[in-house]
Design a protein around this ligand. Sequence first.
Ligand SMILES: *Cc1c(COP(=O)(O)O)cnc(C)c1O
Length: 370
Amino acid sequence: MKVPANNLLRHYTEHQDEYEVKALEILRSGNYVLGNEVETFENNFAKYIGTNYCVGLGNGLDALWLSFRILGVGPGDEVIVQGNTYIASVMGITINGATPVFVEPDEFYSIDADKIEEKITAKTKAVLVVHLYGECCEMDKIVALTKKHRLYLVEDCAQSHGATFKGQTTGSFGDIGCFSFYPSKNLGGFGDGGAITTNSEELNKAFRMYRFYGSEKRYYNKVVGTNSRLDELQAGLLNVKLNYLEALNEDRRRVCNSYLEHIKNPVIQLPKRRKDSETVWHQFVITTPYRDEFKAYLEEQGIGSIIHYPIPPHLSEAYAYLKIGTGSLPITEKLANEVLSLPLFYGMTKAEMDTVIQAINAFVPKTLEK
Ligand SMILES: *Cc1c(COP(=O)(O)O)cnc(C)c1O
C-alpha cells in the first residue's frame, strides 16, 4: 500500500459541494479583491485567535516582512529568532535590512527560552518566535522577557493555526501574529494567502495601508507600501474551511496519537510534547541518526516523507553574507541532518497508519544488521 506524505483531497472531497458553491458564488459576484468575504474572514479569524484585529494579506512572508517594516525594524537592528526554522521567518527580518540573531532550539524544536536573554544587545529590537511543526514556544517566559527588555514580540504562526499555550491561542501573545494559508498549512487555502493578527488599532491601520500601496484612501499614498491582499476567492474558501479547522486539527491528533503509541524502534526518536501546550501537529517530526537511509527505506515501500528542513537558514547560500559558519549552531545543524516528517493528513485510514507504523518498526539500519 502506498502512503503519500500529504493528501489535501481527502478533506476537499468530503466538503466538495460547499467549497464549489462558495467559489461559484464569488466568481459570479463580480467582486474579486477586498470585498465582503475578506472582511468576514478577518472578523472570523480575529475572533478565533482572540485578538481585536486581523488583516488579510497575500501570503505568510508578506505578513512577516511587513511586520518588521511597520514596527520600524531595519538596518542596524537585530531580531532574535530560532536557528531551526523555515527560511521565510528569516527573510521576513532580512528583507528589511535587519540582522537575524539565531538561538538554538529546546527539546520541543522551539526556540530555547532560556537562551534568549544572553543574545540581547543594545541593537536588539524584537524577538520572532516560530511555533514550529504546530508546537507552541514557551510563551510565558518569552512574553515576560520581551516586556522586561522592551522588545517587540512577533509570532510566526504559519504552522500553528489553533495551537494553544496555557489555553491561549498562538497569534495573540505578541504585538503581531503572522499567518500563512498556503495549501499545506493547517488552515490552508487553494493558493497563496496570509494574514496578521493584532490587538493594536494602530498596527491594524498600518497593515491596511501597507497592503494597499501605502494608501488609506485610493490614490493618496502616505508611505511606500506594497500590493499584498488576500483575494475574495481565497477568503471565501477560507471562511468555509475555518469552520472545519478544529475538526482538521483533531484528526491530526488522532493520527499522531496513534504514531506515538505504536511506533517503537530504538533508532527512531519520537517528538516530545510540551506539557503546557496543545500542539496542532502541523508535522509529526521524528529524529534519527540514520535519517537518509531511513527515508530511502520508506520510499522503497511507497511511503512518502519530507525533511523540514535539510539546510538551516544560517548555512543556506542566501545567508552566506552573514558569515555564520558550520558548527556555530550545533543543535540546529544536527536537527537538519536527523529530522524527518512522517505522512500526516486529514482522513488517513487505519490501514495507511498501520502501513507506516509497521514499516518503521521493522527498520534496521544496515550498519546495525547482524
Ligand atoms: C509557510 C511558512 C512561512 C511562509 O508562508 P508563505 O505563505 O508560504 O509565504 C513562514 N514561516 C513558516 C514557519 C512557514 O512554515
